[in-house]
Design a protein. Structure first.
Length: 185
């Protein structure tokens, strides 16, 4: 840790940046360089406050003056040290990491199950809608068939009404025929 701090201090003094960009994986943060005494120690404290992999020393316009790579072992592993308790500490770290991973997996699974439940509810609702639509179509087809049957019966009645004047003209002759008066004339 002392080696990396010495490396940081010498690079900061040599380049005298206005800002320092600290990179750790996808995480990037910028540290402004104060204009006071012991500014480099405050910048180093701000850098060391969180894990970091690389520092970019920037001038006022944002141009890169230099880089510093963190080749020191992570502080968590330095604390492990050696000895008999080291294995238990490593196991505790691994267990914590696994629990965090399981927690993330459980959250993702819960969200996935909620989304799938919503999809199933929507599909069920759509199927119920289709069943109601099909039932309405069956009822409409039944009504149409009934109306067609009535129209056909109405057509016979219409024909009968159209023929009514002719039937009325023939009716007196039919009556006479049935009474036998036509034969006597």
């Amino acid at each position: 840790m002392a080696d990396i701090n010495a490396k940081l201090l010498s690079s900061l003094k040599r380049h005298a940046p206005s800002k320092v960009r600290v990179v750790c994986g996808d995480d990037t943060r910028e540290i402004a360089v104060p204009q006071r005494r012991r500014k480099w120690s405050s910048v180093i404290s701000a850098i060391e406050a969180r894990p970091w992999a690389q520092c970019e020393l920037l001038d006022k316009s944002g141009a890169v003056l230099g880089y510093i790579e963190n080749d020191a072992a992570p502080a968590e592993l330095e604390e492990l040290g050696g000895g008999a308790g080291r294995d238990e500490r490593i196991a505790a770290i691994l267990l914590r990491v696994m629990r965090e991973a399981w927690s993330f997996r459980n959250e993702e699974t819960a969200h996935l199950m909620q989304a799938q439940g919503a999809v199933v509810r929507e599909l069920t609702s759509a199927m119920n809608g289709l069943a109601k639509l099909y039932q309405a179509q069956v009822e409409a087809a039944t009504d149409v068939a009934s109306l067609q049957a009535q129209a056909e019966n109405g057509g016979q009645l219409k024909e009968l009404l159209e023929a009514a004047p002719q039937i009325l003209q023939i009716l007196p002759h039919l009556r006479k025929m049935l009474n036998g008066t036509v034969a006597k004339e």
